[in-house]
Ligand binder design. Structure first.
Ligand code: CMC
Length: 430
């Protein structure tokens, strides 16, 4: 659906002149002032550091109402998709706008299954990485390197192939990076397993013994991937759109998204949450003491997994994951110590004026790490798991951007604050 041009306009009065600015309205009633002609007409640009109030595109993929804690992919509530769907069905939905028909899904699954292996020459790539490397930059470099093996996705057909390759190979890349870091041989994918089970097999299997996948864990992992699959114009997705807008290779573009996701204020927060919980556990579990540090102005400590630029109420993904945490811990018979600390932190924070007044609630990363840990995923792989989940969202946003009739290279403006023109005088002569 195209955004409606609202009959209303906004007026800006500047330099004694009144400028009429068009207002556009989205499908859910959200409104934007269209300032695209403002500079031409008035010489003004807008300034919005961190893009907190800037719409960078029109998109029909994901809807978030941060006030009400609503998240929908293509109109479907995240709660319904979490309960009834699978990750690859959701991937199709994000990419093509509708739930796939049975035959479409079967073909899609078949094609993804056929492309899970990595080229043997490409496999050597992992051997050149230091064993101590964090798997996120290894994954980013490996995905960028796919562009050295495969042709540019520049036609409908090649784009489809690249989409299938990326989705199919990502779990293999992730587990190869991990296996290399611990000095084990990589496991070849198994085409008789579903997406999540195949990942678990490659992650935890060894050539020495049979590894059988626990279906409860596979379902929990699939759910995690669904919940991470898209989140509209966040830092990494905006990076993908910006890099992709120069028409650079799809593989290189996705690699830039992975790099953006790595940071602790974005996808890297899930690793930081578990490190925080472990630290609290070591310090004898004082949630209250930790919260005092997170609140203190002189201390840079933050309550990781809390707060969100868009959600000013409970992140619906965190609500789903909190319940899943309990189920997974029960299923694997693991320790619930970190979950207990997390729940205590949440309880104290949500009754503390500092967090209440700033409307800081648990986000998706608050409970996801507890599940990953219960499953046995090492901490430095947490953000790689997020990467696997976010992949279809990045690609869907990239495709949507390329098909947008208003498509043009991304190029923000700035307000320059440096020195004005000055003569060149070598420092020592001054
Ligand atoms: N702990 C303590 N104080 C916080 C926190 C936190 N987690 N988050 C925000 N605040 C405070 C912040 O200090 C500021 O206080 P004041 O107004 O007194 O200066 C106020 O709340 C507003 O924060 P902000 O930094 O201006 O908010 P933002 O929208 O720029 O940042 C955020 C959003 C997610 C980066 C931030 O909340 C944060 O750093 N959270 C912890 C990291 C985290 O969990 N990141 C994962 C985000 S969700 C998954 C994803 O998208 O990747």
């Amino acid at each position: 659906m195209n955004p409606e041009k609202s009959p209303e306009t906004a007026q800006l009065i500047y330099g004694g002149k009144t400028y009429e600015l068009p207002v556009v309205e989205g499908a859910e009633g959200e409104r934007a002032v269209d300032i695209s002609r403002l500079r031409k007409e008035s010489g003004l640009i807008t300034l919005d550091t961190g893009y907190g109030n800037t719409g960078a595109c029109k998109s029909a993929i994901t809807f978030i109402d941060g006030e009400k804690g609503i998240l929908r992919y293509r109109g479907y509530p995240i709660e319904d998709l979490a309960e009834h769907s699978t990750f690859l069905e959701v991937a199709w939905l994000l990419l093509y706008g509708e739930l796939p028909a049975r035959g479409e899904l079967d073909t899609f699954l078949e094609e993804i299954t056929q492309h899970t292996m990595l080229h043997e020459d490409y496999r050597r790539f992992f051997g050149f990485m230091p064993k101590s490397a964090h798997p996120m930059p290894v994954a980013a470099a490996a995905v960028a390197a796919l562009s050295t093996f495969y042709r540019e996705a520049d036609t409908e057909d090649r784009i489809y192939r690249a989409v299938v390759r990326l989705l199919a190979k990502m779990p293999t890349i992730a587990t190869y990076a991990y296996k290399h870091s611990i000095g084990q041989p990589p496991m070849y994918p198994r085409n008789d397993l579903d997406y999540a089970s195949n990942f678990l097999y490659m992650m935890f299997g060894t050539p020495c013994e049979e590894y059988s996948v626990d279906p409860v864990i596979a379902r929990a992992l699939d759910l995690l991937l669904i919940l991470h699959a898209d989140h509209e114009q966040n830092c990494s997705t905006s990076t993908v759109r910006l890099v992709g807008s120069s028409l650079s290779s799809l593989y290189a573009t996705i690699a830039s998204g992975i790099s953006a996701l790595w940071g602790p204020l974005h996808g890297g927060a899930n690793q930081k949450v578990i490190e925080m919980l472990e630290r609290i556990a070591l310090e004898e579990g004082s949630a209250d003491l930790f919260l005092e540090r997170a609140k203190s102005k002189g201390d840079t400590t933050r309550l990781m997994g809390f707060g969100h630029r868009v959600y000013k109420s409970y992140d619906p993904r965190a609500a789903i994951l909190k319940e899943t945490c309990k189920e997974v811990i029960l299923a694997v018979g693991g320790s619930s110590r970190l979950l207990e600390i997390a729940m205590r932190l949440e309880e104290v924070a949500l009754s503390d004026d500092y967090f209440v007044s700033r409307r800081l609630y648990p986000n998706v990363d608050f409970y996801s790490g507890v599940i990953y840990q219960a499953i046995g995923i090492p901490v430095n792989m947490f953000t790689v798991m997020f990467t696997m989940g976010r992949l279809p969202g990045w690609i869907a946003q990239w495709i949507e951007m390329r098909n947008d009739p208003a498509f043009r290279i991304g190029r923000p403006r700035q307000i320059y604050t440096g020195p004005q023109e000055r003569p060149y005088v070598p420092r020592e002569e001054r």
